[in-house]
Design a protein around this ligand. Sequence first.
Ligand code: SF4
Length: 343
Amino acid sequence: MMRLNGRVAMVTGCGGERGLGRGIARRLAADGADLVLIDVAPKGTRVLAAKPAGAWGGLPAVAAEIEALGRRAVTGLLDIRSARQIDDVIARALEAFGRIDILVNNAAAPPGADRVPVVELPEEAWDVVLDTNLKGTFLVSKAVARVMLEKKIRGRIVNIASDRAKVGTTNLAAYCASKFGLVGLTQCLAMELAPAGITVKELIAEYCGGMLDGHAFYAYLPGGASGGILPASMGDIPLDFDTLQPYGCFIGSAAVMILSDRDRATDAARNLMQFFSEESCGQCTPCRVGTAKALALLDAPIWNQALLAELSQVMIDASICGLGQAAPNPVLSVMKYFPHELV
Ligand code: SF4
């Protein structure tokens, strides 16, 4: 039995012959999913407008490939900037399959008049890119997420961003802005759709498809850089406000980070202290000097745990703001929960 048998996946922007969407759809079908195939044009939007479309059959051809793999397929022409059109396609998909388990937001505006310096960028070109890449993804995600919530489906929404979602570059202002925004939207969706009180073990198993092959769950950071570190054996604690304090941790930004058996909590704590040392604004001595001193102590082959504990307490008690007060948390967690790494 294939792992996606009985699941339904919707992929936007998959009518093109050489695009990512077609490959994603075929792979999902190969893993057992039925497909809802979406594009704004029957043959997809060509990245190179001057290139002839040729004999490519577009969405019907992709559907035929899916069916050749033994799966079912529904196709739909849809401009993802239109909520009404999205609702129509989702209604057809539910009529055919009764559910949507996976959404891959792959559709994006093709390169066009936006690929110029900002001072020459036409407002209309900016709008096309932002409306398609960002607003369109928002609209489709919103509609499909509602279906998942109504039907109590623990589904997956995959948004295709870009390496330009983290670093800006010339002549790509609209594209970069849309992809930066897409990363933010994705993070907000993740935090809103995973229920408060879920455990990290449930998060890994039900929202992330399990650990990567060859990796075993070893430890986790429940609340970003300063929320502490807990071992996998404590992975059944509900992730919520007020549930982690008894263990010296907190939910913080809810940016959960997972360590595998190939990682070491001591390495993570050292990296985090380096981060805090660099981020310290230097206004108060306990944080400015404390983070640097702690980093030097963490660099030693054997941690001076007594001195680290004393230094941590001073930083917690006397730093002006939360950065210095919470910076020792990862170190204290390691000394408390990972003593085997310190021998
Ligand atoms: S605790 Fe806050 S105010 Fe004090 S040095 Fe650190 S970042 Fe600056």
